[in-house]
Ligand binder design. Sequence first.
Ligand code: ACO
Length: 431
Amino acid sequence: MSESKIVKLVDESTNRSSELPLLSGTLGPACIDIGTLYKDTGHFTYDPGYGSTASTKSAITYIDGDKGVLLYRGYPIEQLAEKSTFLETSYLLLNGELPTKDQFSKFEHDITHHTMMHESLKDFFKGFHHDAHPMAMLAASVASLSAFYHDDIDVDDADDRKLAAIRLIAKMPTIAAACYRYSIGWPFRYPRNNLEYVDRFLHMMFEVPSEPLELSPVAAKALDLLFILHADHEQNASTSTVRLVGSTGANPYASIAAGITALWGPAHGGANEAVLEMLQEIGSADKVETAVKRAKDKNDNFRLMGFGHRVYKNFDPRAKIIREMTHKVLGELGVNDPLLEVAMKLEEAALKDDYFVERKLYPNVDFYSGIIYKALGIPTEMFTVMFAIARTAGWIAHWIEQHETPGARIGRPRQIYTGADVRDYVAADKR
Ligand code: ACO
């Protein structure tokens, strides 16, 4: 990181000024460091939605939204998608480098040996109504890990932080599968440690006591790839939530549970569930035109779910990979899903429509992922849970980075107050 020019900001009404350094990272636009602005001028900055604000320095993930570039620790997402695995990518996000064979074996061993949930956590599920949303159960269960492991964790201890990361990445699929099985009244499955990460998850999801489960290599490969693509995305809403909660010194399980709840919203990770519901609602390719019309109508709050992104003003590179993969996976699994035709028609119609072109609204990562999840037999309410399993790697990498950064402070934004001016209390009989 380098500090170059100074930007001088003068408040002409008071003649107070501030000299603000310009900070440059390895890639991306330089940022004006406004840390001394309030002290120098008495002003705050105002940026709702943080469209022009960098909240932190980070060495984990880089996005160039204009060019459609996504790098994890410098490696292009396309290369990781083709050559890596989710577990290797998780190691990379956490440690900054791709593992050697020995490092990977140790990491895989550690993950594999922390996959079980505490038996008491199973009882916790009984408190949920059978039709509770799996994201609600996931958030509550992950928060409850604080109750099982909180006392063991010193957030200032590097080994403890690493152990928390291993536990979270290892247990997330076990908890996620339990959420699903509870909702359909199936007995929980213990993790089978002779299976690889994604196979183990699919086994915990779909194995029934009455018959053996044939695991499909196509399904496992597709899910592993989706996990790689969802593993991190710099300072998005849920990761920023994890960091904000983490900045208070809260334990990692509480911090990640907060990330899960932030992810759930339809403007963020909940979009994958919303996309499938939208495609089902549209129903057939001939209704696409009406849907596009509705999405453009400012008096209608219908939006094309899976379209648009705060950062990407070009094709989301993850969407490009998933789009290609959707055709391949459906072909290999022999699934003929009419929703794919609706999705393709919708994409085609939006990409040539002035409204979407002018606003640079392209399909995002969630546009096609639901069709693949559906082909793998994963129910719609579980889509955002899938996202959460993958994003746990990124969240915890950010939480660790935050704790490794010297001089970190609690996150505490300010506001423009628009309420009443100071006034005197009025007794009840005088109001
Ligand atoms: N359909 C129709 N119009 C849209 C859409 C959409 N999906 N997305 C944005 N627009 C329009 C807005 O109405 C606005 O139009 P205006 O300039 O005439 O007012 C303009 O495009 C800019 O949109 P904003 O909402 O200001 O963009 P912002 O960066 O705040 O929001 C977001 C980005 C939340 C992703 C938005 O595009 C959206 O709601 N998309 C649908 C939900 C979705 O797919 N979310 C997943 C994002 S990826 C992820 O989190 C994993």
